[in-house]
Design a protein around this ligand. Structure first.
Ligand SMILES: [Fe+2]
Ligand SMILES: [Fe+2]
Length: 390
């Protein structure tokens, strides 16, 4: 481990919940306390070493002596791994910790937008890979409904973007697994990374455009349309640095797959999307999945501005974009993974054609449907758990 000066090391520790420390195993990480009582002048001292058997009684003893335990940032991945495998911790609690880690990594990247560096993006990819691996393990057998419930239980921050990105990653993983049951972990992780980083290119856009919840001017929208291309470019720079050996390669990530998702997540099935107006199956399957995950989360998850739809209303609104914004086959797969839902009270709404699932909206841009258009298979009551894996 490189030597750190005092200031650096202060930022390199994070507090942990004592109940989440796994005992009666060989500890995967060092445990620290803060020996200073002066706020802002923390001094972290190791009180338990990695690699030693940690008894429950020892932890209790530490618990009675010290107010708070800390871990070193460079062992966060080990902590996540141990947490995911801890049967005494609920999925909701695990997900909260994983989500906090993702927010930490994403905010470090996005908050440094003025001095964006390929090294930082590469580091973020490495950290986010660990986060996605943990997500993949926690939501192993989750259906869309299970995920929807889990997402609803997780606390919400002011940073909608990060919440949304994490949710999109989770929905992508769940949908992909219905389609490809035995997909290799590297593929699933790279897909989840694509979900997590789908709006990476927005780093290059001005904050005033990004935070505008109102109707955008044509010029502003043209600016927004550049973000998939920017994101692709940024990932290609990382790939190049890995190739040339300038930056150490991150194993277990198919960066081309992640880049493809970032580049194509705004392409519409009917070819009206951006940046390339790609049509139908020419859009990668991973990006078509991401588009559905992105759409679904944007209309069902609470955010600062607008109201949200119930799962039934969301499916109904989405069904009106089938064949236009979204792929009919993938949507069918998505529905096949939903438990039986009643669509008896159909809404009369569809989403506006220029709806961007990642932008803030004062109000969801729902438009009343004049004429009820018959869409195959989207009748009154649909779908149960008979999954469709073709
Ligand atoms: Fe986007
Ligand atoms: Fe999004």
């Amino acid at each position: 481990m490189k030597s750190k000066n005092k200031e650096e090391s202060d930022f390199n520790f994070f507090s942990i919940h004592m109940d989440f420390v796994k005992t009666e195993i060989i500890s995967l990480y060092d445990i620290y306390i803060n020996s200073s009582i002066i706020p802002g002048r923390e001094r972290f001292v190791r009180i338990y070493p990695k690699g030693e058997y940690l008894k429950k009684s020892t932890l209790r003893e530490l618990q009675s002596k010290y107010f708070q335990l800390y871990l070193s940032e460079d062992q966060r991945t080990d902590y996540l791994k141990s947490l995911v495998g801890n049967r005494e911790v609920t999925d909701e609690e695990k997900s909260k910790v994983i989500k906090d880690s993702a927010i930490k990594y994403l905010s470090t990247l996005f908050n440094n937008k003025h001095e964006f560096k390929t090294e930082l993006l590469s580091e973020t990819i490495r950290n986010c890979r660990d986060v996605v691996e943990s997500i993949v393990d926690v939501i192993k057998d989750y259906s869309i409904n299970d995920l929807y419930e889990l997402v609803g239980k997780l606390s919400f921050h002011d940073f909608y973007t990060y919440d949304h990105s994490i949710n999109v990653a989770m929905y992508c993983i769940a949908i992909y697994r219905v389609l490809y049951k035995d997909a290799p972990k590297e593929t699933i992780v790279s897909l989840g990374l694509g979900g997590l980083l789908h709006d990476l290119g927005k780093l290059k856009l001005s904050t005033s455009i990004l935070n505008n919840p109102g109707k955008l001017t044509k010029e502003e929208f043209d600016e927004i349309k550049k973000h998939p291309g920017f994101g692709l470019q940024m990932l290609l720079e990382v790939k190049e640095s890995w190739k040339s050996g300038k930056i150490e390669r991150c194993e277990g990530v198919d960066i081309d797959l992640t880049a493809k998702i970032i580049h194509e997540h705004h392409e519409n099935f009917d070819g009206t999307g951006y940046p390339r107006q790609t049509v139908g199956n020419e859009i990668s399957i991973e990006a078509r999945i991401t588009a559905i995950a992105d759409f679904f989360d944007a209309i069902t998850t609470k955010r600062a501005y607008h109201e949200i739809l119930s799962i039934e209303q969301a499916v109904d609104v989405m069904s009106r974009s089938v064949g236009k914004k979204i792929d009919p086959q993938v949507f069918k797969v998505f529905l096949s993974n939903l438990k039986k839902i009643s669509l008896s009270a159909r809404t009369k709404f569809k989403i506006a054609d220029d709806f961007d699932p990642s932008s803030p909206h004062e109000k969801l841009p729902l438009e009343e449907v004049q004429e009820e258009k018959k869409v195959e298979n989207f009748g009154k009551i649909i779908f149960k758990d008979d999954s469709n894996s073709d």
